[in-house]
Design a protein around this ligand. Structure first.
Ligand code: NAP
Length: 255
């Protein structure tokens, strides 16, 4: 595993799951970590355990759906930790979005966190990175973004949008010294997947997922897609002609 050379990093959605695991591992590698999410008690608990292990952590709670609160939290973390050279936009929600009884409100709720939350965090750190011509922006997307899946169409769409947004930013930012890494994990055991009723093949634990992601970040990868079997499956699913995809998806995933 390659160690991260960032001095200060911000992890959004650091209160549980993959975000908490990445923050802990980054701190173990000597990176100062800024933690944000809504549940301040969990963030403080994580920061205390990082500090007691000799690391540096700062906490600034915010709702990722609230543009002003998120940009203020990130500014506060930057003030406490110094210039941020790594942003991991990880905060996300995974509500179901049934096709029958479709609700634009659910789509809005998911996009506000999964897409706009990431965009606001990027907006807050990017000017400093561009001034310094140094930095890395990471978005935690999902292999679910490879195709619209019944029952999760809004989540899939939000992740496809996040990946496409970052892909569009990457060429120009890379030329200015700011790397962009898009992460597409398969199933990871976290509070998010605990709620699911569907089969979740090739599930891995959050620490393992965090280690794979951080290794890809440290290597400056443009994409980190894992695990291999789920990636192969989703690549195949993406290639299926629409009539075959519709029949299979309705059979396997519809309620
Ligand atoms: N688990 C998987 O199988 C899987 C697979 C692919 C991609 N992902 C992605 O990985 C990321 C992390 O998910 P996870 O699996 O680790 O789930 P998780 O344990 O539920 O973590 C989600 C994190 O996002 C934060 N968050 C949610 N809504 C927020 C809001 N409105 N404002 C600020 N923070 C918010 C949560 O903190 P608070 O509740 O404290 O705000 C929490 O820290 C997500 O983007 C998810 O889509 C997960």
């Amino acid at each position: 595993m390659k160690r991260n050379r960032a001095r200060s990093a911000i992890v959004t959605g650091a209160s549980s799951g993959i975000g908490a695991a990445m923050a802990r591992q980054l701190a173990n590698q000597g990176v100062r970590v800024g933690l944000t999410a809504r549940r301040v008690d969990l963030l403080e608990e994580l920061a205390a355990s990082i500090r007691s292990a000799g690391g540096v952590a700062a906490v600034a709670p915010a709702d990722a759906a609230d543009r002003q609160a998120t940009s203020e939290a990130i500014a506060q973390l930057e003030q406490e930790l110094g210039p941020i050279d790594l942003l991991i936009a990880n905060a996300g929600i995974g509500r179901s979005s049934p096709s029958v009884g479709f609700s634009a409100e659910v789509v809005e709720e998911i996009f506000r966190v999964n897409l706009l939350g990431a965009a606001v965090a990027i907006e807050a750190v990017l000017p400093g990175m561009l001034d310094r011509r140094r930095g890395q922006i990471v978005g935690i997307s999902s292999l679910a973004g490879f195709r619209g899946l019944p029952g999760s169409s809004a989540y899939c769409a939000s992740k496809a949008a996040l990946s496409t947004l970052l892909e569009g930013l990457r060429p120009d930012l890379t030329r200015q010294g700011v790397l962009v890494t898009i992460v597409h994990p398969g199933f990871v055991r976290t509070p998010m997947t605990e709620q699911s009723r569907h089969v979740q093949p090739w599930m891995m634990d959050a620490d393992r997922a965090a280690a794979i992601i951080l290794n890809g970040i440290a290597r400056g990868r443009r994409r980190v897609d894992f695990p291999a079997p789920t990636l192969a499956l989703m690549r195949l699913v993406r290639l299926l002609p629409a009539p075959i995809f519709d029949r299979l998806a309705a059979h396997i995933l519809s309620p």
